[in-house]
Design a protein around this ligand. Structure first.
Ligand SMILES: Nc1ncnc2c1ncn2[C@@H]1O[C@H](COP(=O)(O)OP(=O)(O)O)[C@@H](O)[C@H]1O
Ligand SMILES: [Mg+2]
Length: 244
């Protein structure tokens, strides 16, 4: 059985069909990549799955139960957490306080939430920065804080929206290892990512979105050489570079 199944998912913004009848399934234990050009509708899919936007049509099932119409916090409590492409921690709160907010979703009792927050802060390597205000963090640290906030809610499925964007190669390597570790601890992952090397290395399977529709799906190797994907997204240069 699938952990998450979306069927016929659709969202219009005025005349724009941002997500157009999308079917998507994530299996338990899977690391699924979601790629596609800017404006393809990837973030909108996350907003629909996590309850931040209401779909015009379609059904979403998580652990066999329909989550359509549920509020974001209710979906989060069921074990589906997401990060935001534009990271948005509470700027004046410290790193630990920010993560504690996430932990409270899972552990209503304050001492347990704090212990959970400490644990997650350590996992993302921010313990030395736990008393620093979120606004004082570097971009790489803010991305890891964003991950920690989602992780602290105790998800079984984590939606990651471009957590590598703007990072340097060393920082990207760190976050790849972090994502691997989270996955190995038993969390299924749906990953939106523009960094092709990273998404190819991490994903078991990749779904390609263009103009709100799925244009291809397959293993990283299949996707890298798929004519439609090359045309819509990767470009001939990518294929030549990958083959070189
Ligand atoms: N809240 C919104 N209101 C109006 N248009 C939106 C909104 N969110 C996204 N869009 C539009 O929907 C399309 C898909 O956006 P998005 O899901 O952010 O794409 P991606 O994440 O793949 O880059 C884009 O054309 C974008 O401008
Ligand atoms: Mg996006």
């Amino acid at each position: 059985m699938s952990l998450l199944v979306a069927r016929g998912l659709s969202k219009r913004f005025g005349g724009l069909h941002a997500v157009a009848g999308l079917d998507l399934a994530v299996a338990p234990g899977e690391m699924l990549g979601l790629i596609g050009p800017n404006g393809a509708g990837k973030t909108t899919v996350f907003n629909l799955l996590s309850g931040f936007l209401t779909a015009d049509a379609g059904d979403v099932r998580f652990n066999g139960r329909s989550i359509v119409g549920l509020a974001p916090h209710a979906i989060c409590r069921l074990g589906l957490a997401r990060t935001f492409q534009i990271v948005r921690p509470f700027p004046r709160m410290t790193v630990l306080e920010n993560v504690r907010v996430g932990a409270l979703a899972r552990h209503p009792r304050a001492p347990e939430a704090l212990a959970q927050a400490r644990d997650v802060v350590a996992r993302v390597g921010l313990t030395a920065r736990e008393r620093v205000a979120a606004s004082a963090l570097t971009l790489a640290e803010r991305k890891r804080l964003e991950l920690a906030r989602a992780l602290a809610t105790g998800p079984s499925l984590l939606l990651l929206d471009e957590v590598m964007a703007g990072l340097n190669p060393t920082e990207i390597e760190t976050i790849i290892q972090l994502i691997r570790g989270i996955h190995e601890s038993g969390v299924s992952i749906l990953l939106i990512e523009h960094n092709m090397r990273a998404v190819m290395a991490l994903s078991h399977r990749i779904v390609v979105l263009s103009f709100g529709e799925r244009i291809a799906e397959g293993t990283p190797a299949e996707i890298a050489s798929h004519p439609k994907v090359v045309e819509a997204y990767l470009g001939e240069e990518y294929v030549r570079a990958a083959q070189a």
